[in-house]
Design a protein around this ligand. Sequence first.
Ligand code: FES
Length: 106
Amino acid sequence: MTKVTFVEHNGTEHTVDAADGQTLMEAATKNMVPGIDADCGGACACATCMIYVPEEWEGKLDAKEPMEETMLDFCEGVADNSRLSCQIKVTSALEGIRVTMPESQH
Ligand code: FES
């Protein structure tokens, strides 16, 4: 299990145990974290699972696939460090990661 913290736009923190191989989106929705709606169920087609990843963690994640890049282009509040949490697999390398969510997702 890997501890992951999701921080809502209002600053409320949710630390959850994520299983390796799960996506960050799955870890959030299984634990009822508000702000990760995941309307498409992880198909990279809705962008309601966007998170911001702090710079120091970016190198530990797999690079974005073109489909994720395209979806992010349509997201409200997108930033350079935006990622779709359904496209990020949990590994032990992510122990302690802290990601934030945009104002549009609450
Ligand atoms: Fe829909 Fe991630 S859950 S894009």
